[in-house]
Design a binder for this molecule. Sequence first.
Ligand SMILES: C[S@@+](CC[C@H](N)C(=O)[O-])C[C@H]1O[C@@H](n2cnc3c(N)ncnc32)[C@H](O)[C@@H]1O
Length: 239
Amino acid sequence: MYESDRAAEIYDLLYQDRKDYAGEAARVTELIRERKPDAATLLDVACGTGIHLAAFAKHFDEVAGLELSESMAARASRRLSGVPLHHGDMRTFELGRQFDSVVCMFSSIGYLATVDDLRHAVRAMSRHLATGGVLAVEPWYFPDTFIPNYVSTHALKSGDQGQGIARVAHSTLEGDTTRMEIHYLFCDTETGIQHRSEVDRLTLFSRAAYTQAFQDSGLETEYVDTGKGSPGFFLGVRK
Ligand SMILES: C[S@@+](CC[C@H](N)C(=O)[O-])C[C@H]1O[C@@H](n2cnc3c(N)ncnc32)[C@H](O)[C@@H]1O
């Protein structure tokens, strides 16, 4: 998953076109400030290529990121000069400092395979919160909200660099896991058309599993439904 530079490049171009990163960052900032009005620092866990971080930097005095994939982090560091980007696993990281807010966006937590992994990740994120600090985790879908055999498509042309991408994904159910098979056609002026594919597996953790992981980490916990078919947010305030 996102281990090659090409995979990170395709991700970066595709999702800038597919998602409203600035709008999402503004909405999450609102959710954080409603619970901690003076929040000035933010850590983005599984920050990917840093697109949310670039937007969060407009709302917070200080931001930092954590990411497992070297290729994704390399793109993030090209995007964000002067922003600390840490290499690490969300289940085990230890940065030796605390933040007013910690976020984990775009269902990245769904890449974890077990409830134990989920608990370790929420605990690690919560350890990095100052007292009164806010954790915001965007979950993957729940067992009752995932639509099996879902087909999704997207195509774009990136004007200035003459690059084209087409993405087709098919998501099926494997036990409590979503198996998402994704095919990409990528074209640029130098290489012509290339094909790559990947299979991502995201766990359909229950609402109860998220809530329990938050409560066991000492967080006052709530779920906010953000509507429009999105998975919403689990929010926790460190007591
Ligand atoms: C769907 S992408 C989201 C990236 C970014 N948050 C965004 O919104 O564009 C999922 C990200 O989670 C990262 N990831 C997966 N498992 C991880 C783990 N255990 N620890 C840290 N990052 C992880 C992947 O490398 C990838 O960058």
